[in-house]
Design a protein around this ligand. Structure first.
Ligand code: PMP
Ligand code: GLU
Length: 398
C-alpha cells in the first residue's frame, strides 16, 4: 500500500510550540526536572462556576449534536460580550463557534483564500498562521516588524505590501509571540490604509484580549469603515483558563459566517456540547476571575522581564499583553561550549532544553529567527528557577 501523503500535507510544518512542549514532556517522563516555558497556556484551573455549568450540562443531557455554528444561547452570550466589553454590534447569526480560536482562524482562511491569494502577516507571528495559509493554498506575505519598532507594523509598511492579489491581513493584538499591543490610534492608522483596499479581509485575532497590562483593549472591528470586512476571532482558552475545552469563535459579516457554517458542517460539526454550555457561563457569569488571572500575569511579567534583562546577550522588549517574552538572542550565534556550536535560535532552544532543562521555542517558526520565546504562564518559583538556569547555561557559551 502506498504510504505517500499529499503534497499539501508534506508541505506543512508541524507546530513548533506543540513540538517543544512534547519534547519537554518526554524529558519529564524520563525523570528530568524540566521547566516548560514552551507552550503558551494559562497554568490556572478553570474557575469553579464554569466547571459547575459543565457538570450541569452533562446531567441535563446535553449529549446530542449541537447546531453547527454553536448553541443559540452561546452565540447570544458572545454577542452580549462583544456589545458589553467591545461596544460592537453583532447578531448571533454572525457568530460561528468552533473547536478553539485555532479552528476559527483556519475556517476564515479556508473560506476566503483561493490559490495564490496573498495574505499579509506581520512577523513575528504565531506559528500556525503561515501553515494555515499554506493549507488554503494562499501565499504568505511576511512583513517584518522587529524589536526596534516594538514588533508592530506601520501604516506605511502595510500600504507597501498590499497588491491586487492581497486577500487578507492577519492582525494579532495582544500578540503571540511578542506581547505587543496595538493602541486605538495605531489601529486607526492601519484602518485608514485598509479603507482604500476594499478587497482585503482583516482577520483580527483577539484571543489575548484580557491579558493586557495597558488598559482597555482596542479592536480593529471598532472602525465602521472596515467593520464589514473584519473577521474577529476570540474564545475562552486564555481569558478563562479553558485551553482544553476547545471553544473559540469568529464574529464576522453574515456571508462569511454562513461560509464557515457550511465548511464546519462538512468536517467537524458543532464543537463539544458540554464545553459550549460551560462557555455560556464563562461569558455570562462573574468576571472577577479574568481580572485576577491578568493581575497574576502582570506580576510575573514584571518578574521575568527584570530577570531576563540580567542575562548577557538578551535584548528584551517589555511586553504589554499576552504571557510571553521574546528576547533577541543573536549574540549567542557562532558561540560554543567547546563541544557544541550554536548556529541559530533553534540550536539555542535545544541547548537550553538539554543542558539547562528549560523549554523555550526558537523564533524561526514565528518568522523571527533571531529570537527565543518563553511563556511565563507559570509560577513565580518556576520563573526564578528557569531564568537562573538559562543564565548559568548560557554562561558556558564563549
Ligand atoms: N491565536 C493565537 C495567537 C494563539 O496563541 C492561540 C493559542 N494557541 C490561538 C489562536 C488558539 O487558541 P485556541 O486554544 O482557542 O484554539
Ligand atoms: N497559543 C499557544 C502557543 O502559542 C498554544 C499552542 C499552539 O496552539 O500553538 O504556544
Amino acid at each position: 500500500m502506498s504510504e505517500t501523503v499529499s503534497e499539501r500535507l508534506a508541505a506543512l510544518s508541524p507546530s513548533e510550540t506543540l513540538a517543544m512542549s512534547q519534547k519537554s514532556a518526554e524529558l519529564k517522563a524520563q525523570g528530568i526536572d524540566v521547566i516548560n516555558m514552551s507552550v503558551g497556556e494559562p497554568d490556572f484551573f478553570t474557575p469553579e462556576h464554569i466547571k459547575t455549568a459543565a457538570k450541569k450540562a452533562i446531567d441535563d443531557n446535553f449529549s446530542f449534536y449541537s447546531p453547527v455554528p454553536g448553541y443559540m444561547d452561546l452565540r447570544k452570550a458572545i454577542a452580549g460580550k462583544l456589545k458589553r466589553e467591545n461596544g460592537l454590534d453583532y447578531a448571533p447569526e454572525q457568530i460561528v463557534v468552533s473547536n478553539g480560536a485555532k479552528q476559527s482562524v483556519c475556517n476564515a482562511l479556508l473560506c476566503i483564500i483561493d490559490k495564490g491569494d496573498e495574505v499579509i502577516i506581520p512577523t513575528p507571528a504565531w506559528v500556525s498562521y503561515m501553515e494555515m495559509v499554506k493549507l488554503a493554498e494562499g501565499t504568505n506575505v511576511l512583513v517584518n516588524a522587529g524589536i526596534e519598532q516594538d514588533f508592530k507594523i506601520t501604516p506605511e509598511q502595510l500600504e507597501k505590501n498590499i497588491t491586487p492579489r492581497t486577500k487578507a491581513l492577519i492582525l494579532c493584538s495582544p500578540s503571540n509571540p511578542t506581547g505587543s499591543v496595538y493602541s486605538a490610534e495605531e489601529l486607526a492608522a492601519l484602518a485608514k490604509v485598509l479603507v482604500k483596499h476594499p478587497r482585503v479581509i482583516i482577520i483580527a485575532d483577539e484571543i489575548y484580549e484580557h491579558i493586557n497590562y495597558v488598559g482597555g483593549h482596542a479592536s480593529i472591528a471598532a472602525y465602521p469603515e472596515i467593520k464589514e470586512r473584519v473577521a474577529l476571532i476570540n474564545g475562552v482558552s486564555k481569558a478563562y483558563a479553558m485551553t482544553g475545552w476547545r471553544i473559540g469563535f469568529m464574529a464576522a459579516p453574515l456571508w462569511l459566517a454562513k461560509a464557515c457554517n457550511k465548511l464546519q458542517g462538512q468536517y467537524t460539526s458543532g464543537p463539544s456540547s458540554i464545553a459550549q454550555k460551560a462557555s455560556v457561563e464563562a461569558f455570562n457569569g462573574p468576571q472577577e476571575c479574568v481580572q485576577e488571572m491578568c493581575e497574576a500575569f502582570r506580576r510575573r511579567r514584571d518578574l521575568i522581564v527584570s530577570l531576563a534583562k540580567e542575562i548577557p546577550g538578551f535584548k528584551v522588549n517589555i511586553p504589554h499583553g499576552a504571557f510571553y517574552i521574546f528576547p533577541e538572542v543573536s549574540y549567542y550565534f557562532g558561540k560554543s561550549d567547546g563541544e557544541r556550536t550554536i548556529s541559530n535560535a533553534a540550536d539555542l532552544a535545544m541547548y537550553l532544553l538539554e543542558k539547562g532543562h528549560v523549554a523555550a521555542v526558537g523564533g524561526a517558526a514565528f518568522g523571527a529567527p533571531e529570537y527565543l520565546r518563553f511563556s511565563y504562564a507559570t509560577s513565580d518559583e518556576n520563573i526564578k528557577e528557569a531564568m537562573t538556569r538559562v543564565k548559568e547555561t548560557l554562561a558556558n557559551l564563549k
